[in-house]
Design a protein around this ligand. Structure first.
Ligand code: SAH
Length: 243
């Protein structure tokens, strides 16, 4: 790895207040190369160029730390990343905060295979990869209302996403959704769903990433009451008939 190759990530992270050391950069470099390599065979992501992976995947994932309390994560907070795909935003966060207890949930098998391979290669401890759907996990007593934070990026529109995320969060915890410039409209459309599921919108936090023109938003929803028993509904229903 030549240090200059990582510059878009290093400089962007610095603007987020994060200093990335040599070992961290080596981990991100390995992650990038594995992702690009596997992608030629398995089509894991649409973004494959080096700068795209560094900024749109890694840096964008790390921007969650504008909202997530880094100290709590490092002290062992329980976090689930739902519909994680090739690991975003969960795995970059885990690389920066090794103490967090992370669950990655993904419905597509080939992505699960990639994630397990990568986690072994990076030697990460305290990460569990589950092949399954949010609607099923949200009804499983081992996972329902067990997480301090539930995260998601690019998985579903807000009303559907709320039904995926909120059942997994303990009362007192929070959900975080990474959204684009339609964030406010999506949240507005999800108002009733969020309340029904025991959530309350805390904040829409705009984030600017170095090297990216568009504004990104972190939507933070506090879990203020238990989710009613009947949610989440069975697989496919939250997206077909959003609350
Ligand atoms: N979060 C990643 C991937 C986004 S693509 C990123 O931002 O790059 C959306 C992913 O969510 C897909 O991999 C899809 O398989 C998964 N997914 C969609 N609905 C899901 C559900 N109900 N439960 C679990 N995974 C789901």
């Amino acid at each position: 790895m030549r240090t200059g190759d990582m510059e878009p990530l290093v400089a962007g992270a610095r603007e987020l207040g994060l200093v990335l050391g040599e070992r961290t950069l080596a981990a991100f470099d390995l992650y990038r190369r594995e992702l690009a390599d596997w992608n030629t065979r398995f089509n894991l992501t649409a973004i494959t160029d080096r700068e795209g992976i560094l900024v749109r995947h890694f840096l964008d994932s790390l921007s969650c730390l504008r909202a997530l309390p880094r100290r709590e994560l490092s002290a062992g907070a329980r976090v689930i990343d739902l519909g994680t795909g090739a690991g975003f935003p969960g795995l970059p966060l885990k690389i920066i905060c090794p103490g967090m207890r992370l669950t990655l949930l993904e419905a597509t098998h080939k992505k699960v295979v990639f994630l397990r391979h990568l986690i072994g290669l990076l030697g990460l401890k305290g990460v569990v990869v589950i092949h399954g759907r949010a609607e099923t996990l949200g009804r499983d007593p081992a996972h329902r209302e067990r997480y301090d934070w539930a995260l998601a990026r690019a998985v579903a529109e807000m009303p559907t996403l709320a039904e995926y995320l909120l059942p997994l969060v303990r009362v007192g915890g929070a959900a975080l959704a990474q959204k684009g410039d339609r964030a406010a409209a999506e949240v507005h459309a999800a108002d009733r769903a969020i309340t029904t599921l025991g959530g309350r919108v805390r904040q829409l936090l705009p984030v600017h990433l170095r090297g990216l023109a568009e504004t990104r938003y972190l939507v933070i929803v506090d879990k203020v009451a238990a989710t009613p028993e009947k949610y989440p509904r069975r697989p496919g229903i939250p997206s077909k008939r959003p609350l």
